[in-house]
Ligand binder design. Structure first.
Ligand code: ADP
Ligand code: IPE
Length: 266
């Protein structure tokens, strides 16, 4: 860890200093029970925290909102962007809910010795996008920034930002070595494995050949939204992998670049 951060000069930034950075998205489907408002999956959170607490390298960590975000966003009709005016109470309810989830996650991570610092997404995304200097400074000081799916306010308008979109912004800037998505299924299939028992599992797939169309039950497009973002982030990283976050050992292996069950997207 120390050796990794030995170059502190701002001039040496980017490719060299951050070349080993990995980005991990922990899906809301893993850390919450998506059908039940503000219900957490405590066991999954603790198991993932143990893996991350042991992981020696810096990470950019992003988590989803799950039932702390989607349920009320859909109920309040916030899934389409719009003017803040008239929706203030609804927006602040969702922002506070996802912040509560973030503090549950941060507490669990801290208990396992993870050097995370929460950067609430709504507070670091200004009118012109994310404040990348703060994120960079956290990494430079050996902290792992933690962001999450949230609602952001830009020029009087609100919009939901998914964890997947945040990752795309981070990938563009930091060119991570690897991007890992932990979700509640083993990886990508030819169709939704929860609905189609004959869905074919992909261990390895070319993004250009993917045409995933799920029913997009949540406020950010579910797996379809994720795959669209993955296609855009591929040029900025060596590897994108989707693993089942309910199996901490798979996540550990993916983080260590060891072979495990999951889908590698090229
Ligand atoms: P997360 O909350 O982990 O970011 P989502 O809930 O947005 O993830 O998406 C994961 C869900 O996508 C899975 O629970 C699965 O049921 C669904 N899904 C739909 N189509 C597919 C597919 N082709 N392959 C894998 N999962 C799919
Ligand atoms: C959704 O974030 C944010 C809100 C609904 C406020 P994500 O799209 O990253 O959440 P998950 O992973 O699907 O739960």
């Amino acid at each position: 860890m120390q050796g990794y951060y030995q170059f502190i000069s701002k001039d040496l930034f980017n490719r060299e200093l951050f070349k080993d950075v990995k980005i991990l998205k922990i899906g809301g489907s893993v850390i919450t029970n998506k059908d039940k408002y503000r219900s957490v999956n405590r066991e999954a959170i603790v198991n993932i925290a143990k893996v991350l607490g042991d992981f020696p390298e810096p990470l950019i960590l992003v988590h989803g909102a799950g039932s702390f975000g989607h349920n009320k966003s859909l109920e309040f009709g916030l899934d389409m962007p719009g003017k803040v005016r008239g929706k203030e109470i609804e927006i602040s309810t969702v922002i506070n809910d996802v912040l509560s989830l973030n503090s549950i996650i941060s507490d669990a991570l801290a208990a396992e010795g993870f050097r995370g610092v929460s950067l609430p997404t709504h507070a670091i995304y200004g009118n012109n996008g994310p404040d990348l200097d703060i994120i960079e400074e956290m990494l430079r000081n050996t902290f792992s920034p933690i962001m999450y799916g949230d609602i952001i306010i830009q020029n009087g308008n609100y919009r939901i930002i998914s964890g997947d979109e945040i990752i795309l912004d981070m990938a563009r800037k930091f060119r991570p070595e690897e991007i890992i998505f932990a979700t509640d299924v083993d990886g990508l299939y030819s169709s939704d494995p929860k609905e189609y028992s004959n869905a074919k599992f992909y261990r390895d797939v070319k993004a250009s050949e993917l045409n995933i169309k799920d029913k997009g039950k949540d406020a950010t497009g579910s797996m379809t939204g994720k795959v669209e973002k993955i296609k855009l982030m591929l040029p900025f990283t060596r590897k994108v992998m989707i693993v089942n976050g309910m199996f901490p050992e798979r996540l550990r292996k993916a983080l260590n670049d060891e072979d495990t069950i999951g889908t590698v997207v090229h």
